[in-house]
Design a protein around this ligand. Structure first.
Ligand SMILES: [Fe+2]
Length: 276
């Protein structure tokens, strides 16, 4: 299966490497990747002590998708520090009666741009041309790394009950984002996970088509650009994916399509859920 449920992410993370384990020649895991409560609490203190919030970044961020370009971050942070810094905002976001996902993602991307690429990597399953490794999972947030072989494709899928940031760290990947077109006579609450039914053809509109290179990113909310298709360039790609789950039901569902525009001028494509 291409995408994991929240339970699968938890099992995957708990089954992660042990401290001291050598996962590839010369690469020894320094810590388990799951963040337990005590570690996270220590992390909050560490972030305050480091003054991460006040650390100036040279990364540019204009607030729209796929827009961060810049040089190396002015003040690097570890994944733990990032998680600790973002956690209060993530918890406030999902508890809010009217969550402001755009403001949250703008704040998160500024911090994510400073995170150092994780040094370790789980051996990729041979049957896949891309793979994901959990860097940190501390509900409601997940930080993952994706490695894509040259020209490999992460097929069209949604992000139901969660938002995300996709940040390129190596190589290049073409990222196309889409929204569900509201069917005639209906008003779906897409942010709440209300989508066209199984077995039903429906239309999506392409909103963005961008090649992400290192330090460039793409964001999506529960009801903006929530469906995407990612294709690695000739040299492959490494990306960091950051997710915030609004519900234990958060997961992705794949869509089928023929890739041909239904209405080219309007950027519309006909799709259906593959296994929803
Ligand atoms: Fe995705």
């Amino acid at each position: 299966m291409q995408f994991m449920t929240v339970d699968e992410i938890a099992r995957h993370t708990l089954a992660d490497h042990e401290r001291g384990e050598e996962i590839s020649p010369g690469v020894v895991v320094e810590r388990r990747t799951i963040l337990r409560f005590g570690v996270a609490t220590a992390g909050f203190a560490a972030v305050s002590g480091l003054g991460l919030a006040g650390c100036a970044s040279r990364a540019k961020n204009s607030g729209s998708p796929a827009n961060t370009r810049g040089t190396k971050p002015a003040c690097a942070a570890s994944a733990d520090e990032f998680v600790a810094a973002v956690m209060p905002q993530a918890r406030a976001l999902i508890a809010a009666p009217a969550p402001d996902e755009e403001a949250y993602l703008a704040a998160v991307t500024a911090l994510l741009a400073r995170v150092e690429s994780p040094p370790t990597w789980r051996a990729s399953p041979a049957s896949r041309d891309w793979s994901m490794d959990t860097i940190a999972y501390y509900p409601p947030i997940v930080l993952m790394q994706i490695k894509m072989a040259p020209r490999s494709v992460i097929h069209l899928h949604d992000h139901r009950h969660y938002n995300g940031v996709l940040l390129a760290t190596q190589g290049a990947a073409r990222c196309r984002n889409f929204d569900i077109v509201q069917p005639d006579g209906k008003r779906l609450d897409i942010a709440a996970g209300e989508v066209p039914g199984k077995g039903e053809d429906f239309l999506i509109r392409q909103n963005a088509d961008t090649v992400l290179r290192p330090r460039q990113l793409s964001t999506l909310t529960r009801d903006r650009d929530n469906i995407h298709h990612v294709e690695a360039g000739d040299e492959g790609a490494t990306l960091v994916d950051f997710f915030t789950h609004f519900s234990p039901k958060a997961r992705s569902y794949e869509l089928s399509w023929d890739g041909k525009a239904y209405d080219e001028a309007k950027g519309l494509y006909k799709v259906a859920w593959k296994d929803a």
